[in-house]
Design a protein around this ligand. Structure first.
Ligand SMILES: *[C@@H]1O[C@H](CO)[C@@H](O)[C@H](O)[C@H]1NC(C)=O
Ligand SMILES: *[C@@H]1O[C@H](CO)[C@@H](O)[C@H](O)[C@H]1NC(C)=O
Ligand SMILES: *[C@@H]1O[C@H](CO)[C@@H](O)[C@H](O)[C@H]1NC(C)=O
Ligand SMILES: *[C@@H]1O[C@H](CO)[C@@H](O)[C@H](O)[C@H]1NC(C)=O
Ligand SMILES: *[C@@H]1O[C@H](CO)[C@@H](O)[C@H](O)[C@H]1NC(C)=O
Ligand SMILES: *[C@@H]1O[C@H](CO)[C@@H](O)[C@H](O)[C@H]1NC(C)=O
Ligand SMILES: *[C@@H]1O[C@H](CO)[C@@H](O)[C@H](O)[C@H]1NC(C)=O
Length: 664
């Protein structure tokens, strides 16, 4: 029978087993709730006793307790008192529950033993039949020792006059001979005529159960099976079998958490260990956010399980400081960030699955407030920056030019900004504000984009990331704040057949191209030179020039009246920025300074004005770092990209308007 939640439940089953070994002449069994002796005896006795029950003949049993008068009763009376006498397989069997009035509890070398001595006898005419039936069982309860051992003791021989021959021991019905048991960590010692068996708590076959009573406890049950074989002086064997359930008391079994955090890794590493095998982790609350098993890993939070040879298991929880569930507290005063993680583990004991909780709180202080670093790489259409740590938002801000990077700024300037969990991605398409262009040649040019990280509190710039990427463009115009106009123009329709782009010039015939190939030429000149025409309108100063082909350079036979493309180039500067431009070039008077540069013609311009960034002058000392660079910041440069498609006049003006608009 068993117990389930306080109710007694009875199960019935039948099983027949044959003993593996032949029985010894005398078999004594100390079962958990009865003791028994089974003896081979003479045939006549068996026959007589078999008849006795049926004929109610004169069999008598006499129980003898040490130092007391014997009690005598017939077999029927004995039966009603719980004794069983029987005959089976040529043996006489006597069985009794423990604690009968006719049994004795004695101490044998400090071991409690229950002994019962019964004598069966019958007088039949001239024969007296008599047999002594003695049973002695160790009643030792077992003791659990702190080292993790269960100890049990029994007298070396059940009755006097026997010699111990062999001991086997095991748990849950398994028997091992002494050397095997010892190899498994059992200790079997004989001392003072007592056998002492020491069972390691982890021995195979033991049962362990967790219990939650305010705290986590466990207890062990060892279903001990022990067999002692002894012989008397005539070498007649007695086999004594013990079946004992030895139970430890409730042993405290605390679940432990171990803080294995290494602050430098920016990860909370918390080990929950010493969890018994019948306890499961079913839930986790991280700062109030609930996760239930089975747990799935993310890039910032993972749970791994490990099982230990001692049958406990443990869980390692790793939560990045940057995980959204981690509480961050920034202290301006101490310039530190404090990360906090409160964990509430939900554990259950199988099979009942009653939950209990284990709570722990962790704090890590991050003092290494180095500004976050960007990765940067070139794409076909621009430059991409990636920030792999978005943890220090409160201390740092990202700045482009002089403006903090926000999604509004990104929208305004056409940057593409995305946030994938931990990474901030910023793509600056070519020709957007913030670019600086260098080393422009017909083959290509370099675009440089720089972003800064500055301290939110002090606005001091702490780090910068500069990326230069090579780009190519069929046509291009760059108007820089230091007053240079650089143009790469497709002149294939501007040069009559027989001529070459190298033979073109600006309005001032002395200004020729710096580079030219079969179809294109590159001009680079100060905006106010080379015969530029300057125009003031719409709040802008526009410098305009033209790329012309000198017909005198052609052979006379050539038909020069063919409608050829006239290429106009222009740069427009907002008047608001002009004073700085002027002061830089020390232009003398307002009237002289007004000018115009634009890029247009039959080779129509799709003018995409792009806005600002600082262009340090070559003379600016840049070596002293970012502050110096900021101090040297210049009025925005206007870059105009020119596309090589042809447009009609209406469209031209439209593009022009757009150009103007873009400068606002
Ligand atoms: C053996 O048992 C006797 C009697 O109980 C006791 O006095 C003695 O100390 C015991 N010896 C050992 C080694 O346990
Ligand atoms: C989560 O990661 C840990 C290693 O950190 C691993 O042991 C575990 O199996 C992973 N869990 C899942 C569900 O992938
Ligand atoms: C842990 O979680 C359980 C279940 O949500 C809750 O009842 C308990 O109060 C929590 N313990 C703490 C200390 O937050
Ligand atoms: C956990 O470990 C980290 C790193 O060693 C330490 O800073 C922190 O104080 C520890 N204790 C707690 C309760 O978080
Ligand atoms: C590229 O430009 C820088 C200045 O912007 C100049 O110092 C350098 O010589 C140029 N390199 C080439 C290859 O033109
Ligand atoms: C362009 O930049 C690359 C590095 O990104 C550099 O190797 C190359 O020399 C630069 N080209 C010019 C013309 O400066
Ligand atoms: C030059 O070309 C124009 C238009 O294509 C044509 O009308 C004129 O006759 C040509 N002149 C000569 C000399 O070929």
């Amino acid at each position: 029978h068993g117990r389930k939640r306080g109710q007694e439940v009875t199960y019935t089953f039948t099983k027949t087993c044959s003993p593996a070994l032949p029985w010894s002449p005398r078999e004594v069994t100390c079962e958990e709730n009865y003791m028994e002796v089974r003896m081979l005896t003479v045939a006549l006795f068996i026959q007589s006793l078999s008849l006795a029950y049926r004929s109610a003949s004169v069999w008598t049993v006499r129980f003898q307790k040490a130092g007391q008068q014997a009690t005598t009763m017939n077999l029927q009376e004995a039966r009603t008192q719980g004794y069983v006498f029987n005959v089976a397989h040529g043996r006489i069997v006597f069985r009794t529950p423990y604690g009968q009035p006719d049994s004795d509890s004695i101490m044998v070398n400090d071991v409690p033993v229950e002994v019962i001595q019964a004598t069966l006898f019958s007088r039949q005419s001239w024969v007296v039949l008599m047999v002594d039936l003695v049973i002695a069982c160790s009643m030792y309860q077992g003791s659990y020792e702190d080292g993790g051992y269960m100890t049990w003791e029994t007298p070396e021989t059940p009755f006097p006059g026997l010699n111990a021959k062999q001991i086997s021991v095991g748990l849950s019905g398994e028997l091992m001979e002494q050397p095997v048991a010892e190899s498994r960590g059992y200790i079997i010692e004989k001392r003072n005529n007592t056998v002492r068996i020491v069972i390691p708590y982890s021995a195979e076959g033991r049962h362990r159960t967790s219990v939650m009573i305010g705290d986590l406890f466990e207890f062990f049950i060892f279903h001990l099976y022990m067999e002692q074989i002894s012989v008397d002086k005539d070498k007649v064997e007695t086999r004594l079998r013990h079946h004992r359930a030895l139970t430890t008391g409730l042993l405290r079994h605390p679940v432990i958490t171990d803080n294995r955090t290494v602050v430098e890794d920016r990860i909370f590493t918390i080990y929950l260990g010493d969890i018994p095998e019948d306890v499961n982790l079913v839930g986790l609350e991280l700062n109030g956010q609930l996760f239930t098993a089975p747990f799935t890993n993310t890039s910032t939070c993972e749970v791994g399980e490990e099982v230990h040879p001692d049958t406990t298991h443990g869980f390692t929880l790793k939560v990045s400081f940057d995980d959204p569930c981690v509480i961050q507290q920034f202290s301006t005063e101490d310039a530190v960030v404090q990360y906090q993680l409160d964990v509430n583990y939900t554990l259950t004991i199988v099979p009942d699955d009653e939950p209990f909780y284990h709570v722990a709180s962790f704090v890590a202080v991050w003092t290494d407030l180095t500004p976050p670093a960007f990765d940067a790489f070139c794409s076909e259409t621009g430059i991409v920056f990636r920030l792999d740590r978005r943890s220090l938002d409160h201390k740092w801000e990202v700045v482009i030019g002089s403006d903090p990077l926000t999604s509004d700024l990104a929208n305004q300037y056409g940057y593409i900004m995305s946030n994938d969990g931990n990474d901030l991605l910023l793509e600056a398409p070519l020709f957007t504000q913030g670019y600086e262009y260098k080393n422009i040649t017909l083959e290509g040019f370099n675009g440089t984009f720089e972003i800064y990280v500055r301290d939110r509190e002090t606005s001091n710039i702490q780090s910068s990331t500069v990326k230069t990427c090579p780009f190519t463009a069929e046509e291009l115009i760059v108007c820089s704040t230091d007053g240079m106009m650089t143009v790469v123009a497709d002149l294939s329709l501007a040069v009559p057949s027989g001529g070459v782009p190298a033979s073109t010039n600006l309005l001032d015939k002395n200004c020729g191209p710096r580079e030219a190939d079969d179809t294109r030429a590159l001009f680079s000149f100060p905006v106010n030179t080379c015969g530029s025409v300057v125009k003031l309108s719409h709040g802008h100063v526009t410098y305009e020039n033209r790329i012309l082909f000198d017909p005198e350079l052609l052979p006379v036979t050539t038909n020069t009246s063919t409608d050829i493309d006239r290429v106009t180039v222009q740069c427009a500067y907002p008047i608001a920025d002009l004073h700085r431009l002027f002061s830089m070039f020390r232009f003398e008077a307002d009237t002289t300074v007004v000018g115009q540069i634009s890029h247009s013609a039959k080779l129509k311009a799709a003018i995409e004005p792009t806005t600002a960034l600082h262009t340090p002058l070559p003379a600016t000392p840049q070596t002293t770092g970012l502050i110096a660079v900021r101090a040297a910041r210049h009025p925005p440069v206007r870059y105009v990209k020119v596309l090589s498609s042809l447009h009609n006049t209406a469209k031209k003006s439209q593009y022009f308007n757009r150009q103007i608009k873009g400068f606002d």
